[in-house]
Design a protein around this ligand. Sequence first.
Ligand code: ADP
Ligand code: ZN
Length: 427
Amino acid sequence: MDKLHPEEGYWREKIEQLQLIRFKNTLERAKKSPFYAKKLKHIAAEDIKSLQDIQNIPFTTKDDLREHYPYGFLTVSRDKLVRLHASSGTTGAPTAVLYTENDLNTWADLMARCLYMVGVRRQDVFQNMTGYGLFTGGLGLHYGAERLGCLTIPAGAGNSKRQIKLLQDFEVTVVHIIPSYALHLATVFEQLGLEPKSFNLRIFLIGAEPHTEETRRRIEQIYGVKAFNSYGLSEMNGPGVAFECPYQNGMHVWEDAYLAEILDPHTLTPVADGKVGELVFTTLAREAMPLIRYRTKDLTRFLTGKCACGRAHKRIDRITGRTDDMIILKGVNIYPMQVEKILMSMQEVGQNYLIELYKEGHLDQMRVKVEIKEEFFEEDMRKLKALQTKIAKRLREEILITPRVELVEHNSLPKTEGKAVRVIDLR
Ligand code: ADP
Ligand code: ZN
């Protein structure tokens, strides 16, 4: 691996110097858009003397993007635009993101950087198994892999049998896939009587939705690959905002392109490194649609200490969920990822689960439907009952309440081609 300058402090300083320059440029550029012209009327780039001063600048929210849809954030004339994407709309009406040619170039470079970092080279054959179209995971990774020089297969989402045929026929080595789909695809391999480990696969890039370390390990084990966590959001171009390095201990944020803050979601002041808060991003290299202090609602923390790879870019921990994913049940705060962590660590549990919230009388209740691997789904009721109790007990230790556990057959829960729906609220 390339060795960087021995003194990490030197590189931190360089990154922060660059961030300050780019932040000021971004501020001036942003004011060309109708939205920021008004919002930042009283703020000038000269007022920003250090990165600390950013804390005096107002936030931008998803609602702002929705209210000023479609062109309210634009800083260039429309003839400069070459691409449109939109968020998946996981939490409401989608928002649109617009790109100039320079924006697409910057994005492809960042993506290529992520791929190169985890060991992808031009000799690799890359299959992109996420949705193309408005979703950024398709074209985003696509252009990055092409820029690196990989043979790039735009397989898109779904159609599992064809995916497997492509993997086999073209001796694919690198795959981009949503983790819940990677688990589902494993069941299709099984149905076809094929062993994923006998394929040529060596690297998976997994992201676009929250998942746990247990899920990653499961994917690595099933496919015999190294799986790297990939984080991004359409408002920040898409994937390629933060990515794991070969050490798999948190995701390096590409701080030359994105300025990251982690704030207490209530007081909106910075939390100490190591403490969980809401991620807030400012674009530092965006032309068409710069965004300033954009509140992602994603929860994570900055990891402390140096990364063994030598990069000075700060690392964020895996995303535990969005502030709006939190379930409050009987006064206890629960994140779906706590449930996933337990389930994916149990060998009897298959590749899918679903959390349902419902009312029993006046009481809120939680039901967890859990797919059980074929070999454990037997006729013997006593054994099933014991397994049910075991799962409920483990879940209780993690989430402090005892959910009702329902065991269901392997492959019987609804699956999506895109981001998994983990919680259904029937209340
Ligand atoms: P939407 O917000 O509608 O889902 P996007 O497609 O832009 O739209 O998705 C971005 C969001 O997806 C992020 O804000 C985050 O919540 C989630 N996400 C993306 N990558 C990851 C990841 N590696 N781990 C956890 N969550 C992720
Ligand atoms: Zn690293």
